[in-house]
Structure formats: C-alpha cells, structure tokens
Design a protein. Structure first.
Length: 139
C-alpha cells in the first residue's frame, strides 16, 4: 500500500509503502550505493486502512488454499510464510497477479519488487516448456 502520492516536491509525496504481508511500514534511503530499506511499525493514522487492505488480500488468497481459509475462519494469526506460499502457487497457476508499488526514479520500492520476483514468479522448472511452430514449415 503506498504512503503518499506524487513527486517529492508535493506536500504528501510518495514516500514509502506498507507491506500488507508483514504489516510493516517500509521507507527507503535514497542512496545509490546502499539502497537501504528501513522497516518500522505502521503509523496509527494508516493502520486501519492497511488492515482493511490486508483483509481483502487474505480473503482473495483464501480461495486458493484450505489452510489459509481455516486460519481466517478461526481468526488465528496467519504466518507470513503461508501467505508467500499461497501467493506463489496462485501466481504460477495464473490465478493471481501480485501488485507492488514503487518509484525507481526516487529509489522507493525497488528492493521489494526484486524480492517479489524471486518469491512469486515461476522459475523455468515451474512451467512447461514453450511450444512453437517453425515459420518456415507449412502447417
């Protein structure tokens, strides 16, 4: 979930994001050498909105995994690893598309996008080989 919107010269500029899986606020040190990510608790004024978006995300993901559904119905805490596993499975089977936000220009959100590529997108071993047709051979 983005925190703020727009370029840095605006009053409420895009300045970070809230990870709805870990429920932590991420801010970024705009330094080309380190690309440091600073994790902190979600501010009180954003917590309700973040909780609303997390509930919607978990509701959608529960359609793809019985264990996640059972934990939601029992109102028990949901481990981050389970969310990552269900999101990866849904992504690989083309049932869900993870959405992330960021600004490469301002150095915000780049690391989480790279982490998401490793966590959720299929490796060549996870998908069937590509089938093609030789354009020079008549069908």
């Amino acid at each position: 979930m983005p925190i703020g919107a727009g370029p840095p010269h605006l009053k409420e500029a895009f300045r970070g994001l809230i990870d709805l899986i870990s429920m932590r606020m991420l801010t970024f040190v705009n330094d080309a050498k380190t690309g440091e990510v600073v994790e902190s608790p979600i501010p009180a004024e954003l917590h309700d909105e973040a909780e609303l978006w997390r509930v919607q995300m978990l509701d959608q993901l529960s359609m793809y995994d019985d264990q996640l559904t059972e934990l939601l119905l029992a109102e028990e805490p949901i481990p981050d690893e389970l969310i990552h596993r269900v999101l990866r499975k849904a992504t690989i089977h083309n049932m869900a598309v993870p959405v992330l936000c960021g600004s490469a220009l301002d150095g915000i959100g780049v690391q989480p996008v790279l982490d998401a590529v490793a966590l959720y997108l299929p490796s060549p071993a996870d998908v069937p080989p590509v089938e093609g047709a030789d354009p020079k051979k008549p069908m």
